[in-house]
Ligand binder design. Structure first.
Ligand code: HEC
Length: 101
């Protein structure tokens, strides 16, 4: 009886660890996916190098992650809202890409 407990404990820990790691993976934004998406959807207005065009340059922008997310989600003036066409995960990836140095 006691012996089987000793065998179960490491197994239980391994399962917990796997669950914890698995869930953190799915919430970590994917910067390179954000970069691809940027080229596809945003570069027309903000420039391939994020230097600006119709929209402002997005290299040095002084915006917080939350502000970037709000502008993408809600739009602002001539900046379209992407709420209906991008998933939350895609927006997170874009925010991660745009807040990179
Ligand atoms: C149709 C052209 C257009 C497209 C496409 C576009 N934007 Fe914009 N964006 C703008 C304009 C214009 C502004 C400035 C809005 C204003 O004057 O307040 C802006 C502003 C922004 C800002 C705020 C910049 C600042 O300094 O305040 C962010 C962040 C941004 N856009 C991100 C994106 C992302 C990410 C995408 C792709 C999903 C995107 N934009 C696609 C035109 C565009």
């Amino acid at each position: 009886m006691k012996r089987s407990c000793f065998l179960l404990l490491p197994l239980l820990l391994a399962v917990l660890l796997a669950v914890a790691c698995g869930s953190s993976n799915t919430t970590t934004p994917d910067v390179s996916a954000g970069a691809d998406l940027y080229q596809e959807k945003c570069s027309v207005c903000h420039g391939a190098e994020r230097g600006g065009g119709i929209g402002p340059g997005l290299v040095v922008h002084g915006l917080t992650d939350g502000q970037i997310e709000t502008v993408i989600r809600e739009g602002r003036a001539a900046m379209p809202s992407w709420r209906g066409s991008l998933t939350g995960e895609e927006i997170d990836n874009l925010v991660a890409y745009l807040s990179e140095d």
